[in-house]
Design a protein around this ligand. Structure first.
Ligand code: ZN
Length: 467
């Protein structure tokens, strides 16, 4: 008996097995007993509450466990049955290679130990995973072929609730809702935050289809749904062109997906109270100026102290500075330079579409590979080699797409200075920030020369306009 001191327990609800609601509790209890019997110490219990892992949905606890294994923090895994760990052969292969690299060899199922370093153990694990995949596939096969057939014709799914923006027939637009989708998309692409757009949708008087209040996740769901740009989705994948009139363009759709489905994006940002946060540089020492209110006066200051490396020599009162900058920005939006930027940006749309097409193609290839592997058309080595060709290229194209996307914002606002000036005080801060950032990269604040001057001395500001 080997002593293991950092054992992972894994459990997952599987809806495929009926009458198994209490499943997780039982799985965990059995696994704990097994670990104890072996004299192993449980470091962590990972539980996923997932409807169907077979559909490829993410399992956060499983991912966390893989990370802990990768980082060498776990030295064995106890799972009730292999099918709780993996439903698709490809997942097993990823799991095996993760374990191999981390030197983890003991994977115990209550059916018996699988030694991943041992060929028989690996074979058994593979067989179990193949059986699990086959079971799930069989179960949905009858239903699948028919719904897939319909999907391939591009006709809409008729079950459940109608999609937002469309009438009951799922073809004709619901005009008020379609308008809301377009406006929300435009605001998001112009850099307004998801929180702020959600608030706007709550105030728009147009509720969700169920009548529920808009939330950030429901807004995200609506504007990233490929149906909005005329794509028919089947089981999470675009399968054909829809038979309905799109509400958004595919380019907008791809940009929205990049913007809102980017895992790096934080969703619950705290509201910004300073228009120029992070944009000002101290003209004496070059440090970034930070918000530094004194009593009731909002100020930006160069700070000195344990966390800030500034000189502490400059501050500026926020209100008059922000008014001045806003005015300059709005003026700039209507300038000839902006007109040039605007016409120049027509190329960007084509550029974005080009990158988006490349990214989509590679993403589809990766999915195809996984299917080919699952169906036994290619082996593990073949899959690995193909992935190694696609993945670096995909990363490069994704970065290029993100960079091209970053330039949308100017297009959105150029030539609209007069209109925006009228609306300015009514815009919420995140929208104001988006407008400012569209044309201004940042600014340096010079030391004051006239003490006690009322308002802001424009001579102190050295703007760094975007080209
Ligand atoms: Zn300074």
């Amino acid at each position: 008996m080997t002593t293991r001191r950092a054992v992972a327990l894994y459990a997952r609800i599987s809806q495929d097995r009926s009458g198994d609601e209490a499943g997780v509790t039982r799985q965990l209890r059995d696994c704990r007993v097994e670990a104890e019997r072996r004299g192993w110490v449980v470091a962590e219990e990972y539980v996923d509450d997932d409807v169907s892992a077979y559909s490829g949905k993410r399992r956060p606890a499983y991912q966390r466990m893989l990370r802990d294994i990768t980082e060498g923090r776990r030295d064995a895994v106890v799972v009730w049955h292999m099918d709780r760990l993996h439903r698709r052969p490809i997942e097993l292969e990823q799991f095996v290679s993760t374990c191999e690299q981390a030197g983890l060899r003991d994977v115990v199922t209550l059916l018996g130990q699988v030694d991943l370093a041992n060929n028989d153990g690996l074979l058994m694990a593979r067989l179990l995973a193949a059986v699990a995949a086959n079971e799930s596939a069989q179960k949905s096969l009858r239903l699948k072929s028919k719904t897939r057939e319909i999907a391939e014709t591009g006709r809409p799914t008729m079950g459940g609730r109608r999609p937002f923006g469309f009438a009951e027939d799922r073809i004709i637009h619901e005009p008020a809702e379609a308008a809301v989708v377009r406006e929300a998309a435009a605001r998001l692409l112009a850099g307004e935050s998801l929180t702020s757009v959600t608030r706007w949708m709550q105030d728009s008087g147009v509720p969700t289809v169920s009548g529920a209040q808009w939330r950030t996740h429901s807004v995200r769901q609506v504007v990233t749904n490929p149906r909005m740009w005329g794509m028919r989705v089947h089981q999470g994948q675009v399968i054909s062109a829809g038979t309905w009139e799109p509400i958004l363009t595919p380019e907008q759709g791809e940009r929205l997906r990049r913007l809102l489905l980017d895992p790096d994006r934080r969703t619950n940002r705290t509201a910004r109270r300073y228009l120029l946060s992070g944009m000002l540089t101290c003209g004496r020492c070059g440090a970034r100026m930070v918000s530094a209110p004194r009593e009731d006066v909002r100020r930006y200051a160069c700070r000195t102290g344990p966390d800030q490396r500034g000189c502490g020599g400059i501050y500026v009162v926020a209100d008059p500075l922000e008014r001045f900058v806003a005015e300059a920005v709005l003026h700039r939006l209507d300038s000839p330079q902006m007109h040039d930027a605007l016409t120049g940006n027509e190329h960007d749309d084509a550029e974005v579409a080009g990158w988006a097409a490349k990214v989509q193609e590679d993403e589809r290839k990766l999915l195809d590979l996984a299917d080919m592997f699952a169906d036994g058309e290619i082996d593990r080595v073949g899959m690995k080699r193909a992935r190694e060709q696609i993945t670096p290229r995909l990363e490069v194209n994704r970065r290029a797409l993100a960079a091209a996307n970053g330039r949308d914002q100017v297009v959105e606002y150029a030539g609209r200075g007069v209109e925006l000036r009228e609306a300015w005080d009514g815009l919420d801060l995140s929208r104001q920030v988006a407008v400012v950032k569209a044309v201004l990269a940042g600014a340096t604040v010079l030391p004051a020369t006239q003490r006690g001057r009322r308002g802001f001395d424009p001579g102190r500001l050295v703007p760094d306009w975007r080209a």
